[in-house]
Structure formats: structure tokens, C-alpha cells
Design a protein around this ligand. Sequence first.
Ligand code: URA
Length: 266
Amino acid sequence: MAEARLQKLLAAAGLCSRRGAEEMIRRGLVSVNGEVVADQGRLVDPDTARITVAGRPLAKSEPQRYYMFHKPENYLTSMGDPFGRPTIRPFLERLDVRVYPVGRLDNDVSGVLILTNDGELGKRLMHPSYMVPKTYRARVKGEPSERELDMIRSGKLVVGDKPCAPARARMLDSGPDAGWLELTLTEGRHRQVKKMCAAVGHRVVKLKRIAYCGLRLPGTLKAGDIVELDDAQVRHLKVKVGLLPPGDSESKKTPASKNVRGTKTN
Ligand code: URA
């Protein structure tokens, strides 16, 4: 194998994200051939170098794996919580490989989270320049008007001190007290759906992400379940963020998933 940056090798081994690897290097935890690495970005040949992390040899890189997780409500998108609140960790630990969530959902939000140990794909999916679409169903207080939906669609709705990118918005169902709204955003700001809805006068009382980058949550994937993505789905994600060129075989529809792994925690 050719030389690669040390951060990339640590992330590819499923040990941490690239940022996590940089932090470990900064803390002097990483050695190559017995010497603590002080510089970020060191090029290393993984076939010949002896890499250790906190004194332990780095396992050879794990195969890259990709999953869709139906995150249940009331779990933090985190691998640990100082206050002991439930996190998604026990769900992920049922897999035979260490993977990380791509982005996050709020504690009270359910729906699609992509899990992978492919650090480069994860980084790109989260990068704003790729404008990865994320679709949500939101139950909101009151009955949003077309004018309010147009504000959400316009690219002029200011949240914090910045206008939000244009979003798709449509009412699925409405009544005098509350309605269901479907929104597709290409940004991933903190609590963005809740803030956008609040900015047009409607509080979100329930929120679910039903699709991520064109991959829809299958009705068969229950809250807490994880399913491995098939080749067409992985390819679809990689094409979207420029890791693969678009080709004839790229699936236009979201293919069915296979091989449910694991996973309900009650
Ligand atoms: N928007 C939110 O408000 N919360 C999420 O978890 C995701 C999008």
C-alpha cells in the first residue's frame, strides 16, 4: 500500500474520526516505529511502519462498511454522555465493526442516520459544499400558510444571523391546531428544522428524518434497527459527493436494502 497520512490510517482502522486522530497525535498518543509523532500529516506506509496508539499496535485497516440506522427518540447521537443519559452506543456495539454516525440528530428526533467507518465519505457527506439533501417530517403547532412555506422555500429566512438555503416544503396534512410538514434541507445547521419552523411561527412538536441523500427510511426498518446498505446505495452516496464518477449503472431509485443486522433495544 502507498504511503498515507497518519490521520487517515487511524480513521481507516475504525479507531476514530480524522479529527479524533489529530487530537490523539496532539496528545502524544501515537507512535511510529517507536517514536512519538509530533507533526500532523506525517506520511506513513502502513505495510512497513509499526504504528501504536496509546502503546497498542494499530490493527490492520478494517473493511469499509456502511449502514442505515433508524435512530429512536430519546437517545443522544453520541458514544457517551457525562450525565449518563441514553446514547446510541449500545445499538452500534451490536455490529461486528466499529462505525460512527454521519452527523447527528437531536435527542428527541428519530429517523435515518448513516453509520460508517469510511471517514472520507462521512466527512464529505457532512460538508456543506456537497449540499446533501435531508428530508424530515415535522409535526408543527398551528397551521402554516402558503406564505410561511414560501418563506422557508425562498432562501431568505434568517436563522441566527444567516439566511437559510432554499428548502423544499409542503404540507402533508393540516388541522386547526397542528399540521404535518415535509421539509427537504441541503444544510445541516444545529436544530435547523426546529429553528426554521419557529422562525415562521410554528413550534415543532415531533420530528423524524425520513431520507438522507436520497436514501429513504424503509417502512420495515423499525426504530432501533440497523440495515447494511447494498452496493448500489453505497455507490449512490459516493457519486453524490464526488468519490465515484456518475455511471450508467447508478441507480435512479433507492434500491431495497438487504441483510438486517441486529438490533432492537427495548
Ligand atoms: N433539525 C433539527 O431541528 N433537529 C435535528 O435533529 C435535525 C434537523
